[in-house]
Design a protein around this ligand. Sequence first.
Ligand SMILES: Cc1ncc(COP(=O)(O)O)c(C=O)c1O
Length: 419
Amino acid sequence: MFDNIPLAPADPLLDLKKAVDSDSSPHKVNLGIGIYQNDEGQIHEPYCAKEKLSFEDPGHNYTASTGIDEYLVHAAELVFGPNSETLASQRVASVQTIAGTGAIHLGALFLRKVATTPGQKVYVGTPTWGNHEPLFKLVATHLEKYNYYDRDERGVDLRSCLAAIRAAPEKSIFIFQVCCHNPTGADFSSPQWQLIADEMKKRNHVPMFDFAYQGLGSGENEDAYPIRLFAAQGFEMLVCQSFSKNFGLYSERVGILHVVTRSRKAAQCTLSQLQRLIRAEFSSSPAYGARLVNTILKDQMLRQTWVAELDLMRSRLQHNRLRLYESFQVLEMLCRPGHVPAKFNGRGCMIRVNVRTDKRLWKQLDEVKRKAREQLKYLEQYALDYQRSMSGIFAEQPVDGTIVITSPVLSNSRVPREC
Ligand SMILES: Cc1ncc(COP(=O)(O)O)c(C=O)c1O
């Protein structure tokens, strides 16, 4: 039965992770999966919440298939805002998912099996996160594409997005990344979101928001702007919320799918359908990460600490990104003349370099680092900064000859152990 199964195509990102993990060099450059590391290369740990939770000891019984209620309530408030009419009117069906990826999967499955009719189209601007297309393909949904990034303007291609919205058949689904766009780092501005909302409304389209970086762009409330805007305008929509990056809970797989409906009754029916899909797919979600998030969000002190940590992460990211950019300028090794980083946000920036593949880029960055250490050793602090700025860079799909370098996340934001 299994003799003729062909080898699945390699996933360059996972291969790269394996290679980075097995490399013992202290100077290695991680161009793989996007995690935030501090100056010591460590991932953020929510020590206080862990201690609190361990003291409470909630045990290991199954949780409800739709998830831990209190966690869902606090997380929904983080997305829609504390005074949200959408939440107050109970028009949102929220269910726990296996992180952001699981939220997108469940959302795609729900659209396919329950909410859309055959022929209803789903659109995404490209380039986009490498898993969007596979996730929709898995549920037999084809993605229509439009151009997301304007290489000359080094920013979003609003014209192409609006043209796609106008040309799409009524009630199409549009996938949008809310902030810190992966992989370009280019986000729509508030006025651009307003324009998009106006056009979407005219065609009765439904947005599906992928919210994987709340707080890492401009702030936890500022980043939620597009969702709150669309919610205030009465859109039906889906929101895929992830706590992997902003809480550093990558392996705990903590996420939520919110479906905003037009009535309380529609939300109840939607919830029952989501519950049915979850029951048949994974029955219920892992509890530990969700409990940690809940512990932090419901405690005023822990929440304030988390917000302060996010602020630190953001400013460190921006600092690192600038250093990276300057380093390239100083070394003039990889740059095309006139390379300019795209507008900064919490996650990424695009830098044009003369290489075509991740592997070559990886090798060349390593070389640059070595050279940098030689060339800049007389400028010790600079060299140190330089090294930090490189310690977590990761690259994703090449965009038309341009390698996308997105700098890493978090750190020096550890919660002190004695809390
Ligand atoms: C744009 C985007 N969406 C969703 C995800 C999924 O995040 P997770 O499944 O780890 O929560 C990622 C992860 O890198 C991402 O970049």
